[in-house]
Design a protein around this ligand. Structure first.
Ligand SMILES: Nc1nc2c(ncn2[C@@H]2O[C@H](COP(=O)(O)OP(=O)(O)OP(=O)(O)O)[C@@H](O)[C@H]2O)c(=O)[nH]1
Ligand SMILES: [Mg+2]
Length: 669
């Protein structure tokens, strides 16, 4: 049997937890023994953060009343024994509702008042501003109270026409789409702009985020929802009513918001229970459902395997009463299985690659660090062994040689200084194109072009032109980082041969990933600009909101690209610093051991034995780091296993099997 979505999600999350634990074990060992520098430690921390906070967003999108909320109830909340999200006639979800779990916060409902639209701040900017939100604690163990509290997402208010216009719910140019007026001439608008439900549901605890949306064709839909939340969702479930078929407005929602995100779209033909007909046989009804699925797939241009006929209402009722047969009849399990089969392998692959790459980098880092230390130990041993039976005069000569070699080595500092100057200038040049100032300039230029065109009809063109300029900036940065790599590579070869460094050039960061992200933003915004809604951009308030949202999205891409470039450069130059430090320490050590041997000849054998023991210990560190990182990689490659027992996968903890608990520096003391 195909595992259900919940079981697959469970397996994924169990896998992630184990990966995080293995990474913790490895990184604890590396830190305890000082086998990583600050840069590598930062990389470990970033990887750890990703493993812990990975989110999986599933959005439910449809016209009004197709059964989005009911379907979410059936998939996620049936265990409460009742309907939790409002989904009965007349209880329309008025604002986007995000369900997630953040263990650092109490279970709560956070509501953003609709008036916040007037300030022009985007949802992204308002998210961290707690004061902007109305917070209600949720009583999760009382389903009745819980469901009562959540009724809040259906709340509306009546405002004057002018206020409605200012809030974006009234458009004089599109009178047909405007909401009806009450007797006093007032307009009914949503009370809230966005709702966040922090709820300790097992699936939400595992990093799932569920997005319930209000009917999208409605005038006044939040641009942030269509431009930011939907395009970044990992899967989108589009819902139709079997009783209504694909209506014109359903098609509008599909075309405007979903047609661009092909790989993770699911189409649900809900309410198949409404097709039951006392005068028809079961087979006849089934044939009718099948025919409707074919028709739907054809109209929307998706594969038939993407269309899922079901009844959310029956599924919820069946789950609440624990009736397995009725649940199968509702046909919900097929959708859940498909969601699991689509999403989880994709997530798994991303995480696996991240972990494998991270572990490999760490291992290279550790091997290099330990390799350097061991090489230096070997040199010292060779030198001391050569002293066996040597006279005092010979010892003095050797001391002089160490001093001469030290002086010769110190000449590298001038060269390193010059290298640093060139490197930092090149880096600065590479980063300037990714700066936020530069980004702002580009957006400002786009805006000037948009404003110059009549009714913003040239908006799309100006936007596409700006994206092309931004892509060029990313390409330039990539080109410059290749130049940096070339320059450093050539210098490293010289430094290695002239001064005995073992500097290693790593791959320059790939900025293509950021170009791809830019492409994603471009395609979702182009879609938006192409809509009839684009006319709304002629309203200054919407234009401002659009600009802010765009800038905040682009800033993330550029900041990440710039951070990655900087990190790589830092890691590369910190390699030089740490080797320089290590080499100096080594010269000092050589001098000290010669001095000690000079003081008492009997110390010689003792010192040699000490060095041998140190080397043995370092070898043990190397072996153990390899074991720990290999265990991490192996687990990453194995992937999630449904129903796996985490305990049985347990590796011995670092302290149980490790040769000794001594940091690298002390091991060498
Ligand atoms: N017969 C039948 N009715 C259903 C089914 N699913 C939902 N409904 C009903 O359809 C109506 C709308 O359901 P909701 O879940 O509120 O729909 P929605 O898409 O969230 O609607 P909005 O929040 O208004 O956008 C409610 O009266 C539900 O009880 C179903 O599978 N069969
Ligand atoms: Mg709803």
């Amino acid at each position: 049997m195909t595992p259900t979505f919940a079981v697959s999600l469970d397996a994924l999350s169990g896998w992630r937890t184990t990966l995080a634990r293995r990474l913790d074990e490895a990184s604890r060992f590396l830190a305890d023994h000082e086998l990583v520098d600050a840069q590598a430690a930062a990389q470990v921390a970033a990887l750890r953060e990703r493993l812990g906070n990975e989110k999986l967003v599933v959005a439910f999108v449809a016209e009004f009343s197709r059964g989005k909320s009911e379907l979410i109830n059936a998939i996620f909340f049936a265990d409460t024994g009742r309907r939790v999200l409002p989904a009965t006639p007349g209880r329309t979800t008025m604002c986007p509702v995000e369900l997630a779990w953040d263990a650092d916060e109490p279970a709560s409902l956070m509501l953003l008042p609709i008036e916040t639209r007037l300030d022009g701040l985007s949802l992204g900017e308002l998210r961290p501003q707690r004061r902007a939100w109305t917070v209600r604690e949720l009583q999760v163990d009382d389903p009745e109270k819980l469901s009562q509290a959540l009724q809040e997402v259906t709340r509306t208010r009546f405002v004057s026409q002018d206020q409605a216009r200012a809030l974006g719910f009234w458009d004089d140019d599109q009178p047909d789409d405007n909401p009806p007026l009450d007797d006093a001439g007032r307009v009914e608008v949503p009370a809230w702009r966005h709702a966040l439900i922090n709820y300790p549901h097992p699936m939400l605890k595992q990093g799932l985020v569920v997005l319930d949306t209000p009917g999208l064709n409605a005038i006044g839909a939040e641009p942030e929802l269509t431009l930011s939340l939907l395009p970044t969702a990992h899967a989108t479930v589009f819902i139709l009513g079997a009783d209504t078929g694909v209506t014109k407005s359903d098609l509008g929602v599909w075309r405007d918001h979903l047609s661009a995100h092909a790989p993770a779209r699911f189409v649900v033909l809900n309410k198949i229970d409404a097709l039951l007909d006392p005068l028809a046989t079961v087979e006849q009804v089934d044939a009718q459902i099948a025919a409707q699925c074919v028709e739907t797939a054809r109209t929307l241009g998706v594969g038939l395997d993407r269309v899922f006929p079901l009844s959310a209402r029956q599924a919820l009722a069946a789950r609440v009463s624990g009736d397995e047969r009725a649940l199968r009849r509702s046909r919900l399990p097929a959708l859940e299985a498909a969601l699991g089969a689509q999403l989880l392998p994709q997530r798994r692959q991303v995480l696996e690659q991240t972990v494998l790459g991270g572990a490999q980098q760490l291992e290279t880092h550790v091997a290099r660090r330990l390799g350097d230390s061991r090489r230096q130990l070997a040199e010292q041993m060779l030198e001391l062994r050569g002293l066996r039976g040597k006279s005092g005069a010979k010892l003095r000569l050797m001391l002089q040689r160490v001093d001469a070699e030290t002086a010769e080595f110190e000449q590298c500092t001038v060269r390193l200084q010059a290298l640093r100057v060139v490197h930092s200038r090149m880096l600065k040049d590479a980063l300037v194109g990714l700066s936020s100032d530069r980004l702002r300039e580009e957006v400002a230029q786009m805006q000037t072009q948009m404003n110059a065109s009549l009714l913003n009809l040239g908006a799309k063109k100006a936007f596409i032109a700006m994206c092309a300029r931004l892509r060029k900036l990313l390409d330039d940065a990539q080109q410059r980082s290749a130049e940096i790599r070339e320059m450093l590579g050539a210098s490293f070869i010289k430094l290695n041969s002239e001064f005995g460094f073992s500097l290693l050039m790593t791959q320059a960061p790939e900025l293509e990933r950021f170009s791809a992200e830019l492409g994603l933003i471009e395609s979702s915004y182009v879609q938006y600009l192409g809509l009839t809604q684009a006319l709304r951009l002629s309203q200054p308030r919407f234009m401002e909101q659009f600009r802010r949202m765009l800038v905040s999205k682009l800033r993330v891409v550029f900041e990440n690209a710039s951070a990655e470039l900087e990190l790589w450069n830092k890691a590369t130059s910190s390699q030089v610093d740490s080797q320089l430090r290590e080499r100096r320490r080594n010269f000092r050590r050589r001098r000290e051991s010669l001095e000690r041997v000079q003081a008492a000849a009997s110390d010689l054998e003792l010192r040699i034995a000490e060095l041998e023991a140190q080397d043995e210990r370092l070898h043990g560190f190397l072996r153990r780091s390899h074991e720990l990182l290999e265990a991490l990689r192996e687990h990453a490659r194995a992937g999630p296993v449904a129903g796996s027992d985490l305990i049985s996968l347990r590796m011995p903890l670092a302290d149980e099997a490790e040769p000794s608990h001594v940091p690298l520096r002390r091991a060498l003391a």
